[in-house]
Design a protein around this ligand. Structure first.
Ligand SMILES: C[S@@+](CC[C@H](N)C(=O)[O-])C[C@H]1O[C@@H](n2cnc3c(N)ncnc32)[C@H](O)[C@@H]1O
Length: 282
């Protein structure tokens, strides 16, 4: 019955509205919205129309272009924030078992790491846990993890480091009591990352399409499941900028479906979705 019914929307969302959404999103965030995402765009944006008591999408699209706060809520609504602790766990094993022992051998005790497109924080917190579980006494190291995102909403949540217990259910054995505090009373059912983890990470707003206020050189960059939303031209530009920020031999970790072009001259593949900067480029 439902499948044959003509979809009735509460508000009219024409192809022209969708095109405008796509154009604005691409111009600001570099995100390419596929043509089959019209329903998704409608569902994500219609809530604002209701909350603002607007009459239609024309009014809403005018609002986002004239009101910076509404614009940032638009960006927050249109980003996809799917993430998880120890997502692609081989990356964290590689850090704890290969990179950190190498760095330790070299005598260096300073690490600068960037989680670009960190979403709700599971990625940088996993990084911090991997470092603290690497067998080195990190209290004697100078470690800083910068975690950035374009979505101010996820950043606010990431900073608090509070997660529902289901989100941390799959953590490696022993990590939950070691790295999280159990919520009590009205916070029962939640956990919070311990101060030791939170203090290793700085969360900041950063739009990858704009200037990056990062000094570098960085030891490694995590930019996973982010470039997947960008076109080839944008990806190539970002890879060039990331290569320039990394140390010679620095590492870049990308998402499972984001293989770099074979002919990319900045990086060479050294493991599953793990790249190392070509050091001859300095
Ligand atoms: C699918 S999540 C990936 C999270 C995490 N890196 C992971 O792999 O689990 C993609 C994140 O990229 C962010 N993002 C999208 N476009 C961005 C841009 N132009 N600048 C910065 N972050 C962006 C989104 O807000 C979202 O939180």
């Amino acid at each position: 019955m439902q499948s044959n019914a003509i979809k009735q929307r509460e508000f009219c969302f024409t192809d022209a509205h969708f095109k405008r959404v796509k154009t604005v999103l691409y111009a600001h965030a570099g995100i390419v919205l596929a043509n089959n995402k019209q329903d998704m765009a409608y569902n994500r944006l219609v809530r604002r129309i209701r909350d603002l008591n607007l009459q239609n999408f024309d009014q809403y699209l005018e609002d986002i272009e004239s009101d910076v706060n509404e614009f940032s809520l638009f960006i927050n609504a249109m980003t996809t924030n799917l993430t998880a602790f120890f997502r692609e766990s081989h990356h964290f094993d590689f850090i704890a078992k290969t990179i950190i022992p190498q760095v330790a051998l070299s005598g260096n005790r300073r690490l600068r790491i960037w989680s670009a497109g960190c979403s709700l924080g599971e990625e940088p917190y996993s990084l911090a846990m991997a470092l603290l579980s690497s067998g080195q006494d990190m209290r004697n190291w100078d470690v800083r993890i910068l975690a950035t995102d374009i979505d101010s909403d996820v950043l606010n949540k990431a900073r608090l480091g509070v997660y529902a217990e289901e989100r941390v259910a799959g953590l490696p054995r022993g990590y939950l009591p070691k790295f999280f505090l159990k919520g009590k009373g009205s916070s029962a059912g939640d956990v919070q990352a311990r101060a030791e983890l939170r203090e290793m990470i700085t969360f900041k707003y950063l739009n990858l399409m704009e200037q990056w206020p990062l000094k570098g050189p960085l030891d490694f960059i995590f930019c996973r499941n982010v470039m997947i939303y960008f076109d080839k031209k944008t990806q190539a530009k970002l890879l060039e900028r990331m290569a320039a920020l990394l140390k010679p031999d620095g590492y870049l970790f990308v998402g499972h479906s984001e293989a770099l072009a074979r002919h990319d001259s900045h990086f060479r593949l050294i493991g599953k979705t793990i790249y190392q900067k070509e050091s001859r480029r300095g």
